[in-house]
Design a protein around this ligand. Structure first.
Ligand SMILES: Nc1nc2c(ncn2[C@@H]2O[C@H](COP(=O)(O)OP(=O)(O)OP(=O)(O)O)[C@@H](O)[C@H]2O)c(=O)[nH]1
Ligand SMILES: [Zn+2]
Length: 358
């Protein structure tokens, strides 16, 4: 067996490099995450040729730049701009106080596939979805000469499409106030991304529909009891009902901020303080409303032997995703808790724009 990293391992390495500000090579393109780009690296990249800043169409719309590539846009990097410009295109914090003056020149010609894959990689690294990119001839030799991680387009596409191979690392008894008969299971994805947890209460029979909740991590709500959302109250209510019924599984999925990560969620919160709602804030940052991959939840349930659930949720999209991924949903158990004055607008927006049932 070869000692060097295979394609999955190189993708995981690329994610780590991008977070650290180290450029990586995607096919024939040298890319660096806008968020972690240093002035020195920007200069070094510029010396290699004309650079473009690739952003999502969501962000392009906010900046009034034309997304000729459909879901993304490639902005030509003007000759006289520095790291501040790159950051301002990527990061909407100052959109209102210091609007960036266009016009932005977006490319129509050429292929955007590697740029798109690179944006997928930085999203999976939980960074702002924007990358600086320069084409490099002889990419394989170039990557080798500079000690850079290189992935092909096919490898990046395959890795981003399959995030659902997970295996259980360990489980142990953790007595909870809601039930002493509780075990915590830790699941580790094969792609090197964050681990997910399952709280199993009692010994739910595998052949019957199990009372289940797919809970997305919310540091602010779950741990701090933030009044800005209903997550902490939903977490506690779900565990309490499982304890009362004597059986259930709560999947604690590390998809903080609907899959954009805590740093980006806090950026979204700042935008909400400027008057944007939860969906608009995600879009201004360049994300979709919901970047979660619910196939992970279905994969964990299957791995544990559960094929049918009574799902505790107010989100019809979760039910659809479970069904689309081979988990039967025999019923929905509503979670009507945690309504506060501070989250009234948030919950109303979710009902209006994301189809949540109140
Ligand atoms: N991006 C973003 N994420 C948020 C915001 N508020 C809460 N979250 C995250 O949203 C996720 C919870 O999703 P919700 O939409 O509340 O609920 P749901 O899980 O889709 O549906 P339910 O099963 O009914 O709770 C958690 O990961 C939170 O961290 C916000 O304003 N912006
Ligand atoms: Zn929350």
């Amino acid at each position: 067996m070869p000692l060097g990293p295979d394609s999955t391992e190189r993708i995981a390495r690329a994610r780590g490099d991008l977070r650290m500000g180290v450029p990586v090579v995607v096919d024939g393109l040298l890319v660096a995450a806008a968020e972690t780009l240093t002035p020195a690296r920007l200069s070094a990249l510029r010396e290699l040729g004309p650079a473009v800043l690739a952003i999502t169409a969501r962000r392009a719309v906010t900046l009034k730049a034309r997304p000729y590539d459909g879901d993304i846009a490639r902005l030509r990097l003007p000759a006289d701009v520095g790291p501040d410009w790159v950051r301002s295109v990527a990061e909407p914090a100052d959109d209102l106080s210091h609007p960036l003056l266009g016009p932005f020149v977006t490319l129509r010609e050429g292929d955007a596939a590697a740029h798109r894959a690179a944006i997928g990689l930085v999203k999976s690294a939980r960074l702002l979805p924007a990358v600086l990119a320069v084409e490099v001839p002889g990419a394989v030799a170039f990557a080798m000469a500079h000690g850079l991680t290189r992935v092909t387009l096919a490898e990046a596409a395959a890795a981003l499409a399959d995030a659902t191979t997970l295996s259980e690392v360990v489980s142990a008894r953790v007595p909870l106030a809601v039930s002493r008969a509780t075990r915590l299971h830790v699941f580790r994805p094969a792609d090197g991304s964050e681990e997910h947890y399952v709280v199993e209460i009692g010994s739910p029979p595998r052949a019957e529909p199990v009372l289940a909740r797919l809970h997305s991590a919310c540091f602010t709500g779950d741990l701090l009891g933030s009044l800005k959302c209903d997550c902490g109250a939903q977490l506690n209510a779900a565990l309490a009902q499982m304890g009362a019924e004597g059986a259930g599984v709560l999947l604690y999925l590390n998809q903080e901020g609907r899959g954009i990560g805590l740093a980006n969620k806090m950026r979204a919160y700042s935008l909400q303080d400027q008057g944007f709602d939860t969906v608009e804030a995600n879009h201004r940052l360049g994300f979709e409303d919901d970047e979660r991959d619910f196939r992970i939840g279905a994969a964990i349930l299957r791995e544990m032997g559960f094929l049918a659930v009574r799902l505790m949720t107010n989100n019809p999209a979760k039910i659809e995703m479970m069904r689309a991924n081979g988990i039967e949903v025999t019923g929905r158990v509503p979670l009507k808790v945690g309504h506060t004055a501070e989250n009234a607008r948030y919950l109303a927006t979710k009902a209006e724009k994301s189809g949540h049932l109140l």
